[in-house]
Design a protein around this ligand. Structure first.
Ligand code: SAH
Ligand code: SF4
Ligand code: F3S
Length: 431
């Protein structure tokens, strides 16, 4: 039986990529994608377990979808991704009518279930060799930008983080497969690729390391821009900067370098394996070579044992680095992680107050970064019409900022735009 399917995706870009690859696989098997879950008879929720809040959201959506099964007899509803791997069977207790639970290494089974004739409903075995289903992820019509996963899993075991438990050990994909996938994307109109991995800096396939892979990818003709996430400060090397400099026309100096905390005591408790002064040295190298680099970061507020001094050290770190953007999170205990054995002892209202101040500071520096671009000419990757601003086109600057400019029929894939006005995350200009 051919299915009408829909995939709902929570979590990081890696989940979005996996959902896109699964979509291609299901379509190749003859099933039909539908834009709305109401029209589907096969619904998959791809889930994120990184914080309790993310997990709750995905599970409540799943319950709602499963409750539709009462009225729609042939509807199948299942879960995949990080929460499926984390909770496995437990999900049946929460949502008894769920049809399937498929872990991160087993995602291809979802297609077999859609085909019919699969026995059982829980597939959460670990497969240390699984490197993705090796099928080009679905590309939306007219899209200019796409993700390509270069590695799966993580070996870093930051003490707060569940990812190594739900995504398994680090595995790099072969450069041949990565390059073939990028060429294929370029042939269908893609000009910008974002390389994905929990820590792309530790990519290694035989003798090929991350800077060497980046160098190879930068030579693919037709590919105009390359981004990559995420970097780990302990593994970020000057060799990466050499490669970025060598391919300055293609690789923008935009670096997401999660700091997590400005306090050395907390960094050690988080098992991050760097001190703030080491982090700062990396940042200074970046700014020395790329004065207009966009450095963005992640910060966790209220990790166990974080006192006022630790928190002040984080604020001081933000002032020193002047990030182009900060993603800040309230610490969330994840069962099974090393930090889950520490007392979650920062009161919730203090966590929230610290989080809010970090966000406020983040916005201040994001605005400063954007304002400093006024008067410069930015090479903007054109995405298309600006949905909320009729008469304007929308594109992405090398820094990742959104740029809006008046419609121009001569606009090509990458357009030089002179910036005249700036908000926090959006720039306005003219060709
Ligand atoms: N591999 C990436 C992404 C990890 S998840 C990295 O190392 O940066 C993205 C962010 O979520 C992390 O950087 C961290 O800031 C945050 N995060 C992870 N676990 C968390 C937890 N238990 N509580 C709060 N934030 C968390
Ligand atoms: Fe989690 Fe740390 Fe791995 Fe990132 S590097 S996924 S924060 S364990
Ligand atoms: Fe979430 Fe899994 Fe990504 S836990 S952040 S979806 S790797």
């Amino acid at each position: 039986m051919k299915r009408h399917f829909h995939i709902i995706t929570y979590g990081c870009q890696m989940n979005r990529y996996d959902s896109g690859a699964l979509r291609t696989l299901l379509e190749e098997r003859g099933h039909k994608w539908v834009e709305h879950p109401d029209n589907a008879d096969f619904i998959v929720v791809n889930t994120c377990a990184v914080r309790q809040h993310a997990e709750n959201r995905a599970l409540s959506r799943l319950s709602m979808l499963a409750s539709m099964k009462k009225k729609r007899k042939n509807l199948l509803v299942g879960i995949m991704g990080c929460v499926a791997q984390e909770l496995g069977e437990e999900i049946v207790q929460k949502i008894p009518t769920i049809d399937f639970i498929v872990g991160t290494d087993k995602m291809a089974v979802v297609a077999d279930i859609a085909d019919g004739g699969v026995n059982g409903k829980i597939f959460t075995d670990i497969d240390k060799e699984f490197r993705g289903i090796d099928i080009p992820a679905h590309i939306e019509k007219g899209a200019r930008s796409a993700f390509v996963t270069i590695m799966r899993g993580c070996d870093n075991f930051c003490s707060y983080c569940i990812v190594p438990y739900v995504r398994g050990r680090e595995r790099s994909r072969s450069p041949q497969k990565i390059i073939a996938e990028i060429k294929n994307a370029v042939a269908s109109g893609i000009v910008e690729i974002t390389l994905l991995g929990q820590n792309v800096n530790s990519y290694r396939y035989d003798a090929l390391d991350f800077p060497a892979l980046l160098d190879k990818i930068a030579q693919i003709s037709g590919l105009q821009r390359i981004r990559f996430v995420t970097n780990h400060p302990k593994d970020f090397s000057p060799k990466i900067l050499d490669t970025v400099e060598k391919h300055a026309d293609k690789i923008p100096p935009a670096f997401h370098l999660p700091l997590q905390s400005g306090s050395d005591k907390i960094l050690a408790a988080m098992n991050r394996k760097y001190t703030f002064s080491q982090y700062l040295r990396t940042i200074e190298q970046i700014y020395r070579r790329f004065p207009d680099a966009a450095v963005t970061t992640d910060i966790i507020a209220g990790f166990p044992g974080e006192n006022d001094d630790d928190y002040s050290a984080t604020l001081a770190a933000i002032d020193k680095v002047r990030f182009a953007g900060i993603f800040a999170f309230r610490y969330s205990v994840r069962q099974g992680t090393a930090a889950s054995h520490l007392e979650d002892n920062v009161p919730e209202e203090i966590k929230i107050a610290r989080l809010n101040e970090i966000i406020r500071k983040g916005i201040h520096y994001a605005k400063t970064y954007s304002h400093n671009l006024i008067g410069t000419v930015q090479k903007v990757l054109l995405e298309g019409d600006a949905p909320k601003n009729p008469g304007f086109l929308r594109g992405i600057a090398p820094s990742g900022r959104i740029v809006l400019f008046p419609k121009n029929e001569f606009a090509d894939k990458i357009v030089p735009v002179k910036i005249e006005k700036a908000g926090t995350w959006i720039l306005w200009g003219k060709i």
